[in-house]
Design a protein. Sequence first.
Length: 205
Amino acid sequence: MDLKKLDARQLDSIKEIANIGSGHAATALSQLTKRKVMVNVPEVKILNVEDLPSLFPEPEEVVVGALINFLGDITGRVLLVFPKNETSLLTNSLLTDENKSPGVFSEYERSYFKEISNIVIGAYITALANFLGFLILPSVPALVVDNALAVLSSAHLDFSKEKDLLFCVETQFFFDGGSTSLHGYLLLLPDAISLEVILKGFGLL
């Protein structure tokens, strides 16, 4: 089976788990910020590692990512990544006025982004673990700020090969019912054995 050619129906179960994770993330972020936060999942895809640069057509675009490793019944990495300008919009949309730094990605905002990322990634991992019935233990997120090519490369450096597969979860944030959305990607990169286990769990192998 060519997993990259799976149709929307075949990917529905993966997207359903992603939607559960996004719902938990939205609830946690709303409680944290005392604001209404929605997290949507427009699309879920399976990509080769070599396809990662296509997510950001401008390789020199500065992006911000939160990278975690996970261990347990399956192992791998997760990268949550946004364009830098959208990261600032994300943090400033959730920060109180006294903590905002317009035009500057301050140390406070970096710390806050890591906290947001920890919540979002944790929600997705928990949803996946519950579905599979597995124990999955995530690490503390590491912040990566660099051009898109460097950040995307950091996700699989010394970990996977170009032909290895990953799950790409398109992620949108909405605040206080507004129409403006912030757009990024959550990338799940399991190791080869864990990928097979996950795909079997979703009935795709």
